[in-house]
Design a protein around this ligand. Structure first.
Ligand code: PLP
Length: 280
């Protein structure tokens, strides 16, 4: 037994979550606690629920199923598009899924019909990060598609920035999201319940903006667990940054020259080591 492990302090994680829940509540925003970083560990989920998050989000259906089996008592959100191979299980998991694709939506509706259920969905819209979401000009047609499927219920609209391309959430893209929600409500004469504005990278915007607009929920993982802003990796004031500790045996500690010696090609990691030894 090498003893290599992570020590996870749930008290610190709970304190972080409570701090962020309170801060967001002052702006009328709820928090969905994201558990994928710890594989949907039920003790993490229960800690977040006790701290006041209104829902649990995870990107892996297996993690959601694990939390359901452990009787975690919270609304669950699959915060990515269901895989076609997992449609029936997604419907059965009684979670709200985030969606970006019409064929997947149709398959969810068919599965829900076959099992006598209604499946809740959030439609994601692409606002510049080029990861998930329908293009803004396709949002209305996607909503029309959902509303035409009686076994689907449209719960919300969301977006996700600062992921693939590191695009920062700010007043401009968040106002665009609010405007899209308003226009969907107007076109279809419906109310959109959840407006999910983003992830931990939205916290600077949330703290500084004069107007959160329609955004009423954020999905937070890294800020809660690591206490850091993912756009800069800087610590977030008021949060613990040491809730997770890697514990390992130290097998060697020696003084060696600062620079390597000899002619250098690629290292084991595919990188050419600094050949001039300039430290740059
Ligand atoms: C992982 C994830 C989050 C949480 O992101 P953090 O930066 O850890 O807060 C939010 N939304 C989606 C869609 C995600 O996949």
């Amino acid at each position: 037994m090498s003893g290599l492990r992570l020590d996870i302090d749930l008290d610190k994680i709970g304190a972080n979550a409570r701090h962020l829940v309170d801060r967001a509540a002052q702006r009328g925003v709820s928090i969905t606690g994201v558990t994928k970083v710890l594989l949907g560990e039920p003790r993490l989920a229960c800690t977040l629920v006790a701290a006041g998050v209104t829902g649990i989000g995870d990107s892996r259906l297996e993690n959601i199923e694990r939390m359901r089996r452990a009787d975690v008592d919270a609304p669950m959100f699959l915060i990515r598009s269901p895989m076609p191979s997992q449609i029936d299980r997604v419907v059965e998991s009684n979670s709200t899924s985030f969606n970006t694709d019409r064929d997947v939506l149709a398959a969810l509706a068919a599965s829900a019909r076959a099992s006598g259920r209604v499946h809740d969905v959030v439609v994601m819209v692409e606002l510049g990060d080029l990861r998930e979401g329908v293009m803004p000009e396709e949002l209305q047609d996607t909503v029309r598609h959902v509303l035409a499927l009686p076994t689907l219920r449209l719960r919300g609209v969301g977006t996700n920035l600062a992921c693939r391309s590191g695009i920062e959430p700010g007043d401009e893209n968040m106002a665009e999201l609010s405007g899209l929600v308003d226009s969907v409500e107007e076109t279809f004469g419906i109310g959109i319940d959840i407006v999910s504005g983003g992830n931990s990278a939205n916290l600077d915007w949330l703290g500084g903006t004069g107007n959160v607009g329609r955004v009423n929920d954020l999905r937070l993982g890294e800020a809660i667990v690591l206490g850091r802003n993912p756009l800069t990796r800087d610590p977030i004031a008021g949060l613990h940054t040491d809730a997770v500790t890697l514990v390992a045996e130290v097998i060697e500690s020696k003084r060696k020259p600062t620079r390597p010696r000899g002619h250098s090609g690629q290292s084991a990691f595919g990188v050419v080591a600094d050949p001039m030894g300039t430290g740059g």
